[in-house]
Design a binder for this molecule. Sequence first.
Ligand code: ADP
Length: 746
Amino acid sequence: MDVNFPHIPLSLTENVLENVMQKTPFGFSLVNEHYVFEFANNVWLDIVQKTREEVLGKCMFDIFPETEDQLLSIFEDVKKNKQPFYAPEHCVKLHRDGVLQDVFFNFVYQPIYSENGDLQYFATVVIEVTDLVGIRSKIREEEERLRLATESSHTATWDLNLKNSEIIHSTYLSKIFGYKEDDAISHQQLRNHLVEYDRVNIVEKAYERALKTGKYKYEARIIDKQGNLKWIFTNGKIFRDEENQPNRMLGVMQDITERKTNEILLQESHHQLNTALDATKLGRFDMDYETQHKYNFSPRFLSILGYDSDTEKLDCKVFENHIHPKYVKVRNDALKQAKDTGDLYYQTKIILRDGNVKWVEIYGRLLESFEGSKPYISGTMRDITDLKEFERKIRESEQKYRFLADAIPQIVWIGESDGRLTYFNQATMDYSGKDYNTFLEGNGWIDIVHPDERIENTRLWMKSVKNKTPFSFEHRFRNKNEEYRWFLSRAAPQLDEFGNVTKWVGTSTDIDDMKKQDEHKNNFIKIANHELKTPVTTIKGYVQLLKKMRGGSDDKFLVNSLNTIENQINKLNHLMGELLDISRIESGKLPLHKGDFSLLKLVTETIEDIKAADQSHHINFELSDAKDIEVFADKDRITQVLNNLLTNAIKYSPNAKEVNVKLYVDGNCAVVSVEDFGIGMDELELTKIFDRFYRVSGEDEVTFPGFGIGLFIVKDIVDRHEGKIWVESEKQKGSKFYFALPLLEN
Ligand code: ADP
């Protein structure tokens, strides 16, 4: 308030003063140099709530003693400086309505001098602004409330002076930028936090726009003081001065990192979804749930139907026009069901414009209405022509193989990777007299296996399934006349490229007649053996007797003849033993008599026995492990194994002098190796030598007599001890046979 009083001439009469001063809207009073009131207008009296009588002629500080402290010094200053004193919004404590109150005044104390320059009066012009101050503090409260509101809604406020770039901002803005709440950040500092790309491409462009439109709005990225990437949203307004120059910008700012991150995630997942959809080669469409009209076809949808989405405009019935007449009902039924269940699914043939026929699969789901839209089905279409064709081919080939499998008299079956049998051919049903389902349910097939072989059958089958190794087993199956016949079942695993079993394909061949013949043969061998034993033992006894009697004779011919007879009788004995063994193996009656014994002792004794009968080779024995090795096995049979390997080593290395034997422990096995430097074998031969009656070369029969059953028996013995036998050999260099037996577990 600019109040300037003219110099008041002393000649002014009290009346004039009274009239003028009474009319002013200000409070007005005059005190003389002794602070005694000489004049007070009504407004003034109202402000101080006194009557004229109470004040006139009284000293100011008697009436308002509470003001003395504040005013006395002010008046003294005014006197001294001869300058008026302005006190805007000056708080004076006054008793009002019986209460001491803060009353706010705008004061002007104007000294009035007499013509000779002496101070005559203090004029006090006063206007009460208590209400104004109240409003001001209310505004401040409002501002505070606004500040709180903006901060609690995570909105920062800022006020930028465009002339000098000074910025005033709320504390929350400091927080957004990673500063402490009471840090004041300059405009330049704030700009430095913007991601450079966004500053150039977003913020500066937004400012240019704001200069034109007055509105300043953007979303951009900042790196806050801690180095975190954040998204901010700013909304502001430009204000202009009288010359229409932009001078101020006001606005709010929000941290929208979370929303933006979600938005980006959503965008990414949309993108991924689209890519995935594209990869699935699915066509997309939407369908009005009520009218069942389709719309929003994706380009792929149209290309499946043979249309070009860029050039051809299509109506909502485009798909329906192509449905093969035979499938119209299928489609109508599916639509009816979709109305009930919300799920749409059907496969149909479609005829294209060029007459070609395709198979498609339609799949859709009802989406609830939202925001006033109608419920609709969002669906996909897949071209399944190739699939159908493939299915048809598979069906055909399956039918063909089923027919073939059913046509052959042999039993054919298929097992899953876990060993469950899931297919049996017609011959199975014909043989057993059972129906197909009886075979598939539970362990239906084991029911026709003879009870004596069931446990072993299951054990071997599970072993093959577990180890993915071929299965082979002889067992009896019961036929529809309740008779059992012998079958040889074999199965091989079908492996995929990762070595996993996809299927087992098995056959069971009726070997009953063969088996019976074998039985006859085995019986014959047993009887022959038995019958031969007596004459052979008798001959052997006589030869030994003769040797005792004539062994020291000078008749060389006689001695040699006796030795030859004894040797041949021993060989004959050995062969008879082997023949008997093989017949026992075949009828599954080769018994094992297991016990604990020292393998070291067995090896040394066997070597000694061989040495006694044959001095053609030197047998070296090496024990790698100083300890004795104990095994639990059939001692006689293991002796037979080693004997056989040693005899072979000597027999098949006629030009060599050495045979090496080793005994050692490998893991939890005891291993014996027999090495010779003889004729050796090639790879093909190696694969067959453990087969029954196999002999490497027929031509050498004379050179190397034998039946070809020794190794077959050896392998059977080792196998039945849960052991292993193998061989390394090179033609003309020699062979090295190994057998391993499990060690006694401590
Ligand atoms: P055989 O009575 O013929 O010796 P085996 O079953 O003991 O019968 O051996 C089968 C075949 O394996 C033999 O005919 C022979 O060709 C070959 N064979 C066995 N041991 C050796 C070896 N140490 N060196 C070379 N060939 C061998």
